[in-house]
Design a protein. Structure first.
Length: 102
């Protein structure tokens, strides 16, 4: 997969990045780079955000409520990923790469 990038400045949610759940094995790596002062959380959903009006979001188990650059991964299928800025006046930029797609 080509890199997908989502940035959020100020509090709130970034754009949603859809994953390809048909790739096997499902391997997604991501990194979040902060600019300024922010507290952020990476979240995922199992719902299709294109067909479900209010998807249920779950916080990543280790990349939650952080204020520093951090990387992580998903080894199990998720439908979509986003980054939320919980507080602060800076920005959080998340870059996602899914293996197996050219």
């Amino acid at each position: 997969m080509r890199q997908q990038i989502a940035t959020r400045s100020g509090t709130g949610s970034s754009n949603v990045l859809a994953m390809d759940t048909y790739i096997s094995p499902f391997n997604v790596g991501f990194g979040v780079v902060v600019s300024g002062t922010v507290n952020y959380t990476v979240q995922h959903t199992f719902d299709n955000p294109q067909t479900v009006a209010s998807p249920t979001w779950f916080s990543h188990p280790t990349v939650a409520a952080l204020a520093v650059n951090q990387d992580g991964n998903y080894a199990f299928p998720v439908a979509a990923i986003k980054v939320i800025v919980n507080s602060g006046a800076g920005s959080a930029t998340m870059t996602v790469i899914q293996a197996g797609i050219a």
